[in-house]
Design a protein around this ligand. Structure first.
Ligand code: SF4
Length: 348
């Protein structure tokens, strides 16, 4: 099947593309969204889709039309019904036109993914266009994957928009005591759906994480020391433990990250970074600074995560405090280097 899928943005495309690929369908994406304003928002969403599709090897056709004037002229007299009278119809019609002119067998749209869109109208309208153009409409209720797609888009670092697209939806998002409610399939569970990544503070039975903590610090005695008074955080991915961290209080302004360990199978996938960001967000209300002591090998990683202020070096720390030699990659660890992150600096 040669499928042209209208794409409103990259985050909404993630689940739709994954679902279709699982069915053996390779869609071509079609960007035509003159409803997105202001211009910087339009560019951010367009470019994110171009980058994402190029990364995952999907063809993306871009109809680059910002269209603010035309859009406002057409909706200003009927703001309440702008979505169904103008916004969906022009985008979907243009997609069917392109499909017809370029030999596609079927059309679909990522608008069927968002629980905030008028799903039933979009389905019905596409069915009408399908008859008019003589091209199949491929319908899927992509809303069932709303949270899965959302989490995957966040994990991929995609630009996540905060409102539908037009400037009126922007106002409705930020200046409206009664924002529009999502429209869900009948059996769609809105809240109980499990999020992929969860980070929680663990108060009880902290020793159960000892094996993983030992991967970052081979001294059980030292771990027990800081685990007693420290706060332990556990990151799970799809309910499986991926990363743990322990933080202790140094004084009223300062905390110290004593241990952060990611399970081998989850390394290199950004879980450590997510944990560090979570810790910084969690502690910044109360503390000014987070310290970390590290061997030489890990300094670049921590500096990149905002621990960019050198504090001190403790000479021979690893020799004086551990019974056995500590080897990290090719490095025989000897000195401990302390760096800090300014928790109040919003740039970091
Ligand atoms: S709210 Fe969304 S669908 Fe409706 S007119 Fe604005 S951009 Fe289009």
């Amino acid at each position: 099947m040669k499928l042209l899928m209208h794409a409103c943005c990259a985050p909404c495309s993630v689940y739709c593309i994954d679902t279709l690929r699982k069915e053996g369908i390779e869609p071509t994406l079609y960007w035509y969204n003159p409803n997105i304003h202001p211009y910087k928002e339009y560019v951010a969403r367009r470019d994110c889709l171009i980058d994402y599709t190029s990364k995952i090897g999907i063809k993306c056709i871009v109809e680059d039309e910002y269209g603010l004037d035309e859009f406002c002229k057409n909706v200003s007299n009927k703001l309440e019904s702008r979505c169904v009278d103008y916004c969906y119809p022009i985008r979907l019609r243009k997609t069917f036109e392109y499909a017809k002119e370029n030999g596609y067998d079927a059309v679909s749209t990522t608008l069927l993914y968002s629980i905030y869109q008028k799903h039933d109208f979009i389905k019905l309208h596409c069915e009408k266009l399908s008859k008019e153009f003589g091209i199949d409409f491929l319908y899927r209720d992509f809303r069932y994957g709303f949270w899965e797609g959302h989490d995957k888009a966040k994990e991929a670092g995609l630009y996540m928009q905060k409102y539908c697209g037009c400037i009126f939806s922007e106002e409705s998002r930020y200046n409206n005591p009664n924002p529009p409610k999502p429209v869900l399939p009948e059996d769609f569970e809105f809240l109980p759906v499990k999020r992929s990544i969860v980070i929680k503070k663990e108060k009880d039975n902290k020793e159960q994480y000892m094996d993983l903590l030992l991967e970052a610090d081979p001294s059980k005695d030292m771990i027990n020391d800081y685990l007693r008074d420290g706060e332990l955080f556990v990151l799970t991915y799809k309910e499986k433990i991926a990363c743990v961290a322990v933080v202790i209080k140094i004084d009223d302004e300062t905390i110290e990250l004593k241990n952060i360990a990611t399970k081998e199978e989850y390394r290199g996938q950004g879980y450590g970074k997510k944990m560090l960001k979570y810790l910084a967000d969690n502690y910044k209300q109360k503390y000014n600074k987070m310290l970390v002591g590290t061997s030489e090998n890990n300094i670049p990683f921590y500096v990149k995560q905002g621990f960019d202020k050198y504090e001190k070096t403790i000479k021979n720390y690893f020799i004086d405090n551990y019974d056995e030699e500590i080897i990290d990659g090719d490095l025989h660890c000897i000195d401990m280097y302390y760096y800090s992150k300014d928790l109040k600096n919003k740039e970091k």
